[in-house]
Design a protein around this ligand. Structure first.
Ligand code: NAD
Ligand code: ZN
Length: 342
């Protein structure tokens, strides 16, 4: 796996990284927010000649249309195969910038500098790159590794609280699927003031260990999808509505629903379910899903690419800290899980 640097000084670490990777040209991909808040911290290292592509922020721009613009700018800048791309931004930019780099001239090298909590604890590890397509999340993509990932918590200072909370859901997930003591050590009363550096390191360690054992998601890696089958469906359902949910907010709902399925079908003790529900409701509050739309959310689950054939295969907990995968669940049970959340 690529090196993951936990940086205490982004400018120092990027300088070192750039000097250790010989390159003909630099090309930077960011969005308007990371351009404003993050790029200034590394600007002095990027020569004036580096081309910079600035995307409009947000998931709705994680599309082939934006990729086309990136490839056009790469072509206009005459990037050759020895060029190096720096993706600096949240998961949208690291996924899409990594994808564009992997396709341009059959692949040029790239460095990822994730600048949101979510991208630091999740998107930065594991080599999944891509964009959304026809309303389906991450429908087009590749597995490929960056030359390096540099994680600097100094970027988190400008992140809106709601975005920070979205990333925190993945941290909670890492505890639930792999490390009960970690989950129980999280300070939910005062989560905003967590020791992010410590949590990011531990979460990345958990994700890295899982990914190393199963890079292409043949088996074990599926445990990282806990909360995501229903969570993705909820996220997709709200994508175009005014009640837009961030990824972490949607998977918080997904983890409550899939926690319910874990207790119903996978022997997870009731007290664990209670702790999961109380924890997520405390941090994320309660969203009211419109009753008449529950069936549409289930339909979206069935479209999820992680399902083989018509069987819905879930990753479910057997207790907090232990997750099993490929557990078949039928439609009516998903409806029950959504009703439980209601
Ligand atoms: P994002 O990239 O949209 O960033 C969230 C918002 O924060 C954006 O508005 C962005 O402009 C802004 N921002 C970024 N850094 C900032 C900073 N330091 N200060 C202020 N604002 C800043 O979303 P995200 O939550 O980082 O990532 C979500 C994406 O990641 C999704 O597309 C998801 O599919 C992907 N993802 C990928 C993987 C993977 O394994 N590859 C894993 C998890 C998520
Ligand atoms: Zn996720």
């Amino acid at each position: 796996m690529h090196p993951i640097l936990f940086s205490e000084s982004i400018s120092q670490d990027l300088a070192q990284c750039l000097s250790s990777i010989p390159h003909s040209q630099l090309f930077v991909i960011c969005d308007e927010n990371s351009q404003k808040y993050c790029l200034p911290k590394v600007q002095s290292l990027i020569s004036n000649e580096a081309s910079i592509f600035v995307a409009s922020p947000g998931e709705s721009n994680k599309t082939l249309a934006t990729c086309e613009k990136i490839w056009t700018k790469m072509t206009e800048a005459h990037l050759d195969r020895k060029a190096l791309v720096i993706n600096i931004g949240g998961g949208v930019i690291t996924d899409m910038g990594g994808f564009c780099s992997s396709i341009y001239k059959r692949g040029i090298r790239f460095i990822n500098i994730p600048t949101t909590l979510l991208s630091q604890v999740d998107a930065s590890v594991g080599g999944k790159l891509g964009v959304d397509f026809n309303g389906l999340k991450n429908h087009l993509g590749v597995f490929n590794e960056p030359e390096a990932v540099i994680i600097a918590d100094e970027f988190l200072g400008t992140l809106p609280l709601q975005e920070l909370r979205s990333g925190f859901a993945e941290i909670m997930k890492h505890g639930l699927i792999h490390d009960a003591a970690y989950f129980k050590s999280l300070n939910l009363q005062d989560w905003e003031n967590s020791d992010w550096r410590k949590l990011i390191k531990h979460s990345v360690e958990i994700k890295k260990n899982v990914v190393l054992q199963d890079p292409k998601e043949a088996g074990l890696r599926k445990i990282l999808n806990f909360g995501h089958t229903i969570g993705h469906a909820v996220e997709t359902f709200y994508l175009d509505s005014s009640q837009h949910l961030l990824h972490g907010e949607a998977i918080a709902i997904g983890m409550i629903c899939e926690g319910f399925l874990s207790s119903q079908m996978n022997g997870m003790p009731e007290r664990d379910l209670k702790l999961i529900v109380d924890s997520f409701i405390h941090v994320y509050g309660k969203v009211t899903l419109p009753d008449q739309d529950l069936e549409s959310i289930v339909d979206l689950c069935l479209q999820d690419k992680k399902n083989e054939g018509s069987t819905l295969l879930f990753s479910l907990l057997s207790e907090i800290g232990k997750c099993e995968y490929n557990i078949p669940v039928i439609r009516t049970q998903i409806v029950q899980a959504l009703n439980f959340y209601q």
